[in-house]
Design a protein around this ligand. Sequence first.
Ligand code: UD1
Ligand code: CA
Length: 513
Amino acid sequence: MTADPAVSGPRARPSAVVVLAAGEGTRMRSRTPKVLHPLAGRSMLGHVLAAAAELAPEHLVVVVGHGREAVSEHVHTVAPQARTVIQAEQHGTGHAVRLALADLSAQGVPLSGGPVVVLTGDTPLLTGATLLALVATHMHSAAAATMLTARLPDPTGYGRVLRAADGSVRAVVEHKDATATEREIGEINSGMYAFEADRLAATVHRLTTQNVQGEEYLTDVLGLLAADGDRVAALLTEDAEEILGVNDRVQLAHARRLLSRRINESWQRAGVTLVDPDTTWIDVAVQLEPDVTVLPHTQLLGATTIERDAIVGPDTTLSDCTVGAGARVERTSASGARIGARATVGPFSFLRPGTVLGEKGKIGAYVEIKNSTIGPGSKVPHLSYVGDATIGTGTNIGAATIFVNYDGVAKHATTVGDHVRVGSDSMLVAPVRIGDGAYTAAGSVITDDVPPGAMAVGRARQRNIDGWVGRRRPGTSSADAAARSDSDRGEHTHDSGVAEPGSSSDGRKGSRE
Ligand code: UD1
Ligand code: CA
């Protein structure tokens, strides 16, 4: 006798996962469909689809209804393998599943393999591990259906699980349909199930709307199966947090906090120091290496990656950024920026998409950078705007330099070579190039290319008009100070030929330069 292990046992891989996401979500009071509200960088539905993907189902179906254009488009973006099925009118969870099965059958999809798993789109804390446990329990118990249940301190609103003497599930009664005694039951239906496909398909047609809500309840499938003598099993989850549904923005904030704690603890266990986890928000797609330190009030969003020994924060928001090993980023807002190893950024820096800072480079206080590459060891330390620029290696951009990239109609590029010294308070009017090793004088407006090694001076020569303050601003504290300074240095006749008495009170008017 030979046994092929691939075909000998029942298949644990679901033939389909059906996610119910057609409901309106009225209590969110939002123009955005409920399941599209985000937490930790993913929509609620996106979290459910990510957990579902861990089951590697043969087919993934999302039932959409309210806001179906937006929801369908989102599904096709985050889970291109998924099909969407339209439930134009929401006649209940059983109705939604019936439509999903009808669609699969119309596509000629046989559901003869593994179980059909049903989930709802508003339970963002669900994990793949729990779904795998649900499917494993289902395979083990050889039941027609296995439901995920939980005990909640306050089960109000949920369906209650009615168990038979042998511990199997007899039925589920919705809160609104339950008797006072049934409402005493603390074990609730999570709304997540694994079904034998043929038993589900056969039973979902027998649902009626004979209940308080006038809906086809998917939960009635369980009672019908049990009444037919089929076994209905339940997996009571330890972690009731996972099944929390989000119906309003208070629950959304609660779920976001719980998810954040889960994400933060997993990074802490992986060797990341979070000085204040309560004010640290890390999206699911962020990657952190061991010995990264995150200081309070920091948000790491999108596809941000931080390499080892970097210190980020406090008061920093990084979205889709990479931070190299040992870099320091303090009080900064950055999006789409690449910060090199051992570079320093901040405090109070604003980095916009396309910012690339080389190894050991510096972007300092009150500096804004956009679409610019700053080479290794180069510095933009103070009060500057750099846009559409390429800066070489070892260059210093003096304080308060502005890269004038916009002529009012179009943007233009600036190129600054290696080891350049741009004087403070310069305007580099693009398009313009500054050659390697060149200097520019402080306060220059640079409109023409500067050859390598040249000193560019682009400003008027200084002229001092002696005695101007005494003549034109007599009686002011400035004039007094100037007069005192003159007498300290001894009596002194100015170029203008006008004698300047020490008195500040002579009130001369109409004096000339
Ligand atoms: C449902 C269960 C309840 C369980 C609870 C867990 C039923 C009848 N009851 O109740 O036992 O304790 O979930 O959270 O299933 N949906 C559709 N189409 C519809 C109706 C609903 O797609 O026609 C979707 C909703 O968008 C939602 C999910 O199904 O994502 C659950 O529907 P909802 O009306 O919220 O069911 P509950 O009353 O919460
Ligand atoms: Ca619900």
